[in-house]
Design a binder for this molecule. Structure first.
Ligand code: BTN
Length: 261
C-alpha cells in the first residue's frame, strides 16, 4: 500500500473521515494551490493533498511558509453547506490543538488561528474559499504543522519564533500518524461546527485562555490599534476593548502582546 492508501486506512481505523482521494507527492509548490485546482475541477469534499516539502508554501497575509522536510504540509477540501462556515478556520485551530494534545504537546491558540506551544508557533492555518450564488462553494484548509524540523533547515529570521512537536518533547512519530491525528480531529470538529457551532467557539475560547485580558497591539489593513483582548464572538471576530472602554470587532489582523511599559 502506498502512503496515500496508508493514510486512508489509518483514518478508517480511527472512524473517519473517509478521504475520497489523496495526493502525496514528495514536493509541490503549495498543497493549497494544487488542491484549489482540484476544487475548481469539482473534486469531492475531504479530498486531501500532502507534500514532504513545498517550494512555494504560503502563509496568511501574503507571507511565505517555510516548508523544509520534517513538517506536515496538508490541505483538505471542504464544501460546507451550513450557516457558520466562516468559523471553519477556528474549528481547524481547535482540531490541530487537540491533535497536538493527543501527541503529548500542550498548546494555546492565538487569534485568528495560530497554534502555539511554549509561546512559539507550532502550526498555522491558511483557509482559502470560493463562493457562488448559493453561498460558500468550497474551502481549502491548508495546515502546516512543525513536526520535527531540523534547526539548520529553518530560516534564521524565524528560528526563534517557531517550535515543533519534537522540540516540545513529543515522542517521534511518522508524519503520516500526525496527519491522521489532525484529520480525525478535524472530522469531529467539522461535525460539531455543523450541529453546534457555539461549542466550537467555546472550545476555541478556552484554548486561548492565556490571552484574555492581555494588552495587545493589532495590525489591520486599516491601521494599528491597541487594546485589551476581550473575546472571540459567535462569528469568530476578535473583540478588543479600546482605551476609553469602547469595544471594537476585528475580522482580520495580526495580534502581538504589548510589553509592560
Ligand atoms: C500561517 O501563516 O500561519 C498559515 C500557514 C499555512 C501553511 C500551510 S502548509 C500547507 C498549506 N499549503 C500552503 O501553501 N500553505 C498551507
Amino acid at each position: 500500500m502506498d502512503r496515500a492508501g496508508a493514510l486512508r486506512a489509518a483514518l478508517a481505523a480511527r472512524g473517519g473521515p473517509w478521504l475520497p482521494a489523496v495526493e502525496w507527492p514528495a514536493s509541490l509548490v503549495s498543497t493549497n494551490d494544487r488542491l484549489k485546482a482540484l476544487a475548481r475541477g469539482g473534486a469531492p469534499e475531504w479530498t486531501a493533498v500532502l507534500a514532504d516539502v513545498q517550494t512555494g508554501g504560503r502563509g496568511r497575509e501574503g507571507r511565505a511558509w517555510a516548508s523544509p522536510p520534517g513538517g506536515l504540509y496538508l490541505s483538505v477540501l471542504l464544501r460546507p453547506r451550513f450557516a457558520k462556515a466562516g468559523l471553519l478556520p477556528l474549528a481547524a485551530g481547535v482540531a490541530v490543538a487537540e491533535a497536538a494534545t493527543e501527541l503529548g504537546v500542550a498548546t494555546e491558540l492565538k487569534w485568528p488561528n495560530d497554534v502555539l506551544a511554549s509561546g512559539r508557533k507550532l502550526a498555522g492555518i491558511l483557509a482559502e474559499a470560493a463562493s457562488g450564488p448559493a453561498g460558500v462553494e468550497w474551502v481549502v484548509l491548508g495546515l502546516g504543522v512543525n513536526v520535527a524540523l531540523e534547526a539548520a533547515a529553518v530560516p534564521p529570521e524565524i528560528a526563534g519564533a517557531v517550535t515543533s512537536l519534537a522540540a516540545e518533547g513529543a515522542e517521534p512519530r511518522p508524519i503520516l500518524e500526525v496527519a491522521a491525528a489532525v484529520l480525525a480531529r478535524l472530522g469531529v470538529c467539522y461535525d460539531a461546527l455543523r450541529s453546534s457551532p457555539g461549542a466550537i467557539v467555546s472550545a476555541w475560547r478556552s484554548r486561548a485562555a492565556p490571552w484574555w485580558g492581555s494588552l495587545v497591539d493589532v495590525r489591520t489593513a486599516d491601521g494599528q490599534l491597541q487594546g485589551r483582548l476581550r473575546d472571540v464572538d459567535e462569528e469568530g471576530a476578535l473583540v478588543i476593548e479600546l482605551e476609553g472602554g469602547e469595544n471594537r470587532r476585528l475580522l482580520s489582523g495580526e495580534v502581538q502582546r504589548m510589553r509592560p511599559a
